[in-house]
Design a protein around this ligand. Structure first.
Ligand SMILES: *Cc1c(COP(=O)(O)O)cnc(C)c1O
Length: 224
C-alpha cells in the first residue's frame, strides 16, 4: 500500500494536469478503500459486478463508483442502482441493457466505449470499425437512460514504450474523430480513459482525462 504522502503527491500531479484518478480497488478490502477515501479520494473502480455491489454498501455514499471490467448483461442489474461510469461498453446489446436497468432506477448511466487498442487477442473491446458501426446505429437515439461520454482503451502489456505511445495516440485520434463526427453538439462527450500504473504518464501525454491506477496505490493484487 502506498504512503499518504506518495498518494497525495500523485493526486496533486494529476490535478495539476486536469486528469481524474480512478483508484482501481479490485481484490482489495473495504478497509484499504476507506483509508484512501480518508486521504480525499472519491473515485474508485472495480472490474467485477458482484465484488463492487458487495463493497458499495459498506463505504461512504459520496464515492463515485466506476466499472472497468468485462460486463455480462445479466450482471447489469447489480450495478445499475449506483454505478457512476461504465468504462467498458463494447456492444449495443450491453448499452441497451444498461439503458433498461437505468430506467428502472430513474437514472442516466454514463458510459465509455471500450476500444481494443492493444496488439493481443485476449483483451475486450471493439476495434475502430466496430465502434464507428455502433455509433452509426439509429437505435442509439432511443436510449434515453444512458449517455456515451467518451472512450476507454487498454494498451498492450509490453516494455516497448513507443508501441504503447502509438496505441494511446491512435485512440486519441479516434476520440477527436468521434467528437467531430458524432458528438459535435454534445459537450458531455469529453472523457478519454487511458493509462494504468505502468503507463499513465504516456497516456496523459496523449490526452487522457481519466487514469485507472490500481497496484501503485493498493499494492500487488493477491488473487489467492
Ligand atoms: C486492474 C485494472 C487497472 C489497474 O491496473 P494497475 O496496473 O494495477 O494500475 C486498470 N484498468 C483496468 C481495466 C483494470 O482491469
Amino acid at each position: 500500500m502506498i504512503s499518504q504522502d506518495a498518494f497525495l503527491s500523485l493526486k496533486g500531479e494529476l490535478t495539476e494536469k486536469g486528469v481524474k484518478l480512478a483508484a482501481v480497488s479490485k481484490t482489495h478490502g473495504v478497509d484499504k478503500i476507506q483509508q484512501v477515501y480518508d486521504w480525499g479520494q472519491r473515485i474508485f473502480a472495480e472490474n467485477k459486478a458482484q465484488e463492487i455491489s458487495e463493497k458499495q454498501p459498506h463505504l461512504p455514499d459520496d464515492i463515485e463508483w466506476h466499472f472497468v471490467g468485462h460486463l455480462q448483461r445479466n450482471k447489469v442489474k447489480y450495478i445499475a442502482p449506483f454505478i457512476h461510469l461504465v468504462h467498458s461498453v463494447d456492444r449495443l446489446k450491453l448499452l441497451k441493457e444498461l439503458n433498461n436497468e437505468a430506467e428502472k432506477h430513474n437514472r442516466v448511466i454514463d458510459c465509455l466505449l471500450q476500444i481494443h487498442i492493444a496488439r493481443d487477442e485476449t483483451k475486450y473491446g471493439m476495434d475502430y470499425g466496430e465502434a464507428r458501426e455502433l455509433l452509426n446505429q439509429e437505435a442509439l437515439k432511443s436510449l434515453q437512460n444512458v449517455r456515451i461520454v467518451g472512450l476507454m482503451g487498454i494498451a498492450t502489456l509490453t516494455d516497448n514504450r513507443q508501441q504503447i505511445q502509438e496505441e494511446f495516440q491512435g485512440l486519441r485520434a479516434f476520440f477527436d474523430e468521434a467528437k467531430a463526427h458524432w458528438f459535435k453538439d454534445h459537450a458531455s462527450f469529453s472523457e478519454l480513459s487511458m493509462g494504468m500504473t505502468g503507463d499513465y504518464d504516456l497516456a496523459i501525454e496523449a490526452g487522457s482525462t481519466i487514469v485507472r491506477v490500481g497496484s501503485y496505490i493498493f499494492g500487488q493484487r493477491d488473487y489467492g
